[in-house]
Design a protein. Structure first.
Length: 95
């Protein structure tokens, strides 16, 4: 159980760091470069928070999820419904 919690924390931190870096990178030419934020899929509530942050604070125009299953869950699993219902995700491309 401790490894699962650690994986969730690390995935969220990795996505925040990547998205911060990508936002900074896109600032080199904001008229041409657009950001697609990576979401942490280990925890659906954390994915919602990161989607909201990426869209509202970092001006992301798209979000994406890694294609691998986590904990054996496919993307159509009911566990992910809160993410698909996320208004932040629906305002950008990717969800």
């Amino acid at each position: 159980m401790e490894k699962l919690v650690q994986a969730k924390v690390m995935a969220a931190a990795r996505c925040r760091a990547y998205n911060n870096w990508l936002h900074d990178f896109c600032q080199a030419d904001p008229g041409r470069l657009r950001m697609a934020a990576m979401l942490p899929i280990h925890d659906v509530q954390e994915a919602r928070r990161e989607a909201r942050r990426a869209v509202t604070e970092l001006q992301a125009t798209a979000v994406y999820l890694r294609p691998n299953f986590v904990n054996g869950r496919p993307w159509h699993d009911p566990y992910f419904r809160p993410l698909w219902a996320c208004r932040s995700c629906r305002t950008c491309t990717g969800c």
